[in-house]
Design a protein. Structure first.
Length: 139
């Protein structure tokens, strides 16, 4: 990611803060509509708490984009935990699509083609690191 893309991701994420609960609702609604098989991973989950964890995890990750080496370690650990929950590599594509849709929907006019590209690059980095962590959990 370029420094400009990192800044754009961080700037747009700050715009999500005032609508964070609604954004989390939109995200899970979209995710379960687009990939209903993922819903089973959340069978006994308190979804109110889960939505808070989602926003916190994205916030930490976005803040950490300036230090990719430290972020790699954190994301690898997150990927290992998610593997333990039954998350598969194929789920990351659905999650990414739901995230981008949520950002576009939630930010409205604050969303741009540049933001879409920056978030696509950011999510690609995140997903790769988490998948690598998950892979190490089973090796």
């Amino acid at each position: 990611m370029t420094p400009e893309e990192k800044t754009l991701v961080q700037t747009t994420w700050k715009q999500v803060a005032p609508i964070a609960p609604a954004a989390a609702d939109l995200f899970y609604q979209r995710l379960f509509e687009q990939a209903p098989e993922i819903r089973s991973l959340f069978g006994g989950t308190d979804m109110t708490a889960q939505k808070g964890r989602l926003i916190e995890a994205v916030s930490r990750t976005v803040a950490g984009l300036q230090d990719e080496d430290s972020l790699r370690t954190e994301l690898a650990a997150l990927g290992r935990r998610h593997a333990g929950y039954g998350v598969q590599d194929s789920h990351y594509e659905s999650v990414g699509a739901a995230l981008l849709w949520t950002l576009e929907t939630g930010l409205g006019e604050g969303w741009s083609e540049e933001a879409r590209i920056a978030w696509t690059h950011a999510y690609g980095f995140i997903a790769r690191q988490m998948c690598e962590g998950a892979k190490r959990a089973v090796d």
